[in-house]
Design a binder for this molecule. Structure first.
Ligand SMILES: Nc1nc2c(ncn2[C@@H]2O[C@H](COP(=O)(O)OP(=O)(O)OP(=O)(O)O)[C@@H](O)[C@H]2O)c(=O)[nH]1
Ligand SMILES: [Mg+2]
Length: 332
């Protein structure tokens, strides 16, 4: 049987070109289709990103992250409004928590953000955080690219928690805003371990439920200056929109700081480096496993280990040599 690395599906290259040109015009239906292709991966994604990549790089990307239930979606909602007031086009990608405790977040987020979906200059999309970490990060990074190519000035990505996925996604952006709420108490230390390093701006939301000063102090203490930027700690009441203009001011100030110091470019190149390595290894893994399983020698090797004619360590080293002989790149 002939080795076929990827299903071609029905995304022929002319169809993809047509879709790409509609994306570039900011057509919402084209955006929805394009993001679905990006989520599915494979050759469709490759063709689409090939078309769109030269037209990316303009959008400023902002990650909004933090523990569950701190008011991130509410804050994103109000932040969209504030950016709209300033004449910016905004794209939003909400990564839903897969935890059953917050399983209802998808619908809630959609409803909360619905008002803006009706506007031409705002596009909102949710993505389920299922599947493997690398796969999600890759889909998210390419979705950001699609929104960027569609002419969004700002792309906001909402993630929840401090797991590997969230950190990977949260660091795939130009600026990371960490949202907490007052009374973190003992959780502050745990919180700091996860979020301290990734935050460029910190927000203590729900400042209406209790005085946020202590939490603000706890969050601020120990924050390190990063390349000359001292992360500000702000307070907001997202449900009322209080403090949101200051947050947007801080985001814009940070954008200017990154640009003035050439750091945005530097960070972007660093991200590209890890993205390329992750993507290449992931594809290599998938293609190699498919290929390997078609080899008679694979079954033979497995059999030898099962019958104790060969130990797993020696078999693994033989396998490395066998993989090196496989030409997995012939279809690239
Ligand atoms: N009192 C008060 N409640 C708020 C504020 N901001 C958000 N909330 C409420 O807090 C709850 C959670 O808000 P969300 O915006 O869904 O929080 P989230 O961080 O996006 O939640 P997950 O995505 O599930 O982690 C909702 O009931 C909001 O109405 C605020 O500033 N003050
Ligand atoms: Mg949310």
């Amino acid at each position: 049987m002939k080795y076929v690395p990827e299903r071609t599906g029905n995304q022929g290259s002319s169809l993809v070109s047509d879709l790409a040109s509609r994306v570039l015009k900011g057509d919402h239906r084209a955006l929805a289709k394009a993001i679905s292709i990006v989520e599915s991966g494979g050759i469709g994604r490759r063709r689409l990103i090939h078309e769109l990549y030269p037209r990316t790089g303009k959008a400023f990307t902002v990650g909004i992250t933090g523990p569950t239930g701190t008011g991130k979606s509410t804050l994103v909602d109000k932040t969209i409004q504030e950016f709209r007031r300033r004449g910016r086009k905004v794209g939003v990608l909400a990564i839903d928590p897969s935890s059953p405790y917050t399983g209802g977040a998808l619908l809630g987020d959609r409803i909360r953000m619905m008002d803006h979906s009706l506007e031409r200059e705002v596009y909102i999309r949710s993505m389920a955080s299922r599947g493997d970490v690398g796969g999600l990060a890759r889909a998210a990074i390419n979705t950001i690219r699609v929104l960027d190519a569609a002419g969004m000035d700002i792309v906001i990505v909402e993630t929840v928690g401090a797991g590997q996925t969230e950190v990977q996604v949260a660091t795939a952006v130009d600026a990371t805003v960490v949202v907490v709420m007052p009374q973190l108490g003992d959780e502050v230390q745990a919180f700091k371990a996860g979020f301290n390093e990734i935050g460029d701006i910190f927000v203590v939301n729900k400042a209406d439920i209790t005085n946020p000063s202590k939490t603000m102090f706890n969050v601020a203490s120990g924050l390190q200056e990063k390349s000359g930027w001292r992360p500000p700690v702000l307070k907001t009441v997202a449900i009322k929109g209080t403090g949101v203009p200051s947050l947007v001011d801080s985001i814009e100030k940070f954008q200017k700081f990154l640009d003035d110091h050439g750091i945005r470019e530097e960070r972007r190149n660093k991200r590209l480096e890890s993205e390329l390595i992750e993507a290449a290894f992931s594809d290599f893994y998938t293609e190699t496993v498919t290929r390997l399983k078609q080899e008679k020698s694979w079954q033979h090797l497995l059999g030898q280990v099962a019958k104790k004619e060969l130990d797993p360590e020696t078999a693994a080293s033989k396998l490395v040599k066998a993989i090196a002989r496989l030409d997995v790149s012939e279809n690239a």
